[in-house]
Design a protein around this ligand. Sequence first.
Ligand code: 9YT
Length: 130
Amino acid sequence: MIVRDYEQEKSSERRVDSEGWHSVRLLLKDDGMGFSFHITTIHAGAELEMHYRHHLESVYCIAGVGSIEDLASGEVLEIRPGVVYALDQNDRHILRARSEMTMACVFNPPVTGRETHDETGAYPLLSEAT
Ligand code: 9YT
């Protein structure tokens, strides 16, 4: 069994900071679960274009309000606590935070913890690249 505490891990090397967001990767590839699990904070006012070409991601909003735009269809949906979105088609999207947002994120395949977004807003598939 694996037990980790966000309060402890938020100041460990599991925390990753980037432009407009930071994230605590509570479960990673080497935990052997087949997915990774992150608590991600989107900073108020952030506008993040992302395209995870190699990963499926689902995101549950715990706190804060914003919107997600599906760049294929142009559809914009409200994100608020209790809403989950799943990028089941590796959907290219823009997440806009009107306030600070706290999100629980699951990635399949799991990220290793070393990924940063590339110029297309994707993570490389490090398990294949290395
Ligand atoms: C909300 C969202 O897209 N989160 C992505 C995960 C986060 N950027 C991370 O842990 O890399």
